[in-house]
Design a binder for this molecule. Structure first.
Ligand SMILES: Nc1ncnc2c1ncn2[C@@H]1O[C@H](COP(=O)(O)OP(=O)(O)O)[C@@H](O)[C@H]1O
Ligand SMILES: [Mg+2]
Length: 349
């Protein structure tokens, strides 16, 4: 393997139990240099455990973790070129913003001039120069977040691990910080691994995402590929909004519960396989006439777009995304259709 191909971080068959709980179950993944990587999954699926194992705060039962091809597990946490930014930020309340950021560099006994220069540079990067003398208690949530980030990057780790970094922020600040984090990662050129349970957050920031479920990796792919080609019902359901129509494979079609046949293009599943047909709401169109007619169950206004849920007797209401100028009301009759190419057939887990 050439130097350029070598991943920065490599995990192989990493497992960790707490008593009877298998928190991480044979996880293997590669994270590339300069990547913005997200670990995404529901609460309790093992994300924090995995992050703490990489940082060295948690031992693992089996498997290997290496950085630049060298074993990382034998390196104590404080010697790893890895920084973990805690969910709670963990800023020192009695220290100023400047001193919070300078803390780690002072402990390394770097020359004062160098500390000054590096702290000033990161304060500038996170846009907090004018608040350098303030205490954390005098800062908003978004500002505390910036200080925590500055403190995490000032030591120039090879890898920055962020555990639910934006979860304490309200929605508007969170959306701003998502853009900010991505800019920052690009600017400082540090590899980021962000843990989140929020799929929108992962999708909007990450180059690649590992979707986790019950301690295992369900799929690793770019946000686009996860959305367009989920490999399982779990991923299709977890990423974005999907219509998951239950049915059974019969030759080239899927037969839904009420006998409706759903055409499809690509599948290699045998007759009788219990499946879900996954169709995204934006792929479903409301048309004048079609084989699928139903009743509008509910409508949901989202500004320019609305979501209309139509009951066609398929066992689930079909969500369709329409322009908000298209006014439909509960009880209205309408016909829907979607392109055969946009139907994904996924075997039930
Ligand atoms: N220190 C611990 N002691 C016992 N169980 C733990 C401990 N830490 C985590 N767990 C369990 O391991 C599983 C994974 O937890 P965690 O890694 O925190 O998940 P996530 O960060 O995805 O929410 C959960 O079932 C959790 O209850
Ligand atoms: Mg967690």
């Amino acid at each position: 393997m050439s130097q350029a191909d070598q991943p920065l971080l490599q995990l192989r068959d990493v497992s960790k139990s707490y008593g009877q709980t298998l928190a991480v179950d044979r996880v293997s993944l590669d994270i590339r240099q300069n990547e913005f990587f997200a670990l995404l999954g529901p609460s309790g699926c093992g994300k924090t455990t995995l992050l703490r194992a990489i940082a060295g705060f948690e031992s693992i039962d089996s498997g290997t973790i290496s950085l630049d091809g060298a074993d990382l597990l034998s390196v104590p946490a404080n010697r790893r070129p890895v920084n973990l930014m805690f969910q709670s930020y963990a800023l020192f309340p009695h220290l100023s913003v400047y001193d919070n950021i300078a803390y780690g560099l002072k402990r390394e006994k770097l020359p004062t001039a160098e500390i000054d220069e590096r702290v000033a540079a990161v304060l500038e990067t996170v846009g907090m120069t004018s608040q350098a003398k303030r205490r954390p208690t005098a800062l908003s949530g978004g500002q505390k977040q910036r200080v925590a980030l500055a403190r995490a990057i000032v030591k120039r780790p090879r890898l920055l691990l962020l555990d639910e970094p934006l979860s304490a922020l309200d929605r508007k600040v969170r959306n701003e910080m998502q853009i900010e984090l991505k800019r920052l990662q690009h600017e400082v050129g540090i590899t980021f691994v962000v843990v989140t349970h929020d799929q929108e957050e992962a999708m909007s920031m990450a180059d690649r995402i590992a979707v986790m479920n019950h301690g295992t990796i369900a799929q690793i792919a770019s946000p686009q590929d996860l959305y367009l080609s989920p490999n399982s019902v779990f991923v299709a359901d977890f990423i974005g909004t999907s219509n998951l129509i239950p049915g059974t494979v019969q030759g080239d079609v899927v037969v839904a519960k009420n006998g409706t046949t759903i055409a499809m293009n690509r599948h290699r599943l045998g007759n009788g396989t219990s499946v879900m047909c996954s169709v995204r709401p934006e792929q479903v169109q409301i048309v004048e006439t079609s084989a699928l007619t139903g009743t509008v169950m509910s409508t949901h206004f989202f500004g320019g777009e609305s979501l209309v849920v139509v009951d066609c007797g398929l066992g689930v209401g079909i969500k369709t995304q329409v322009h908000s100028s298209h006014v439909l009301r509960p009880g209205d009759t309408c016909s829907i259709q979607w392109d055969i190419d946009s139907t994904l057939v996924l075997a039930n887990d």
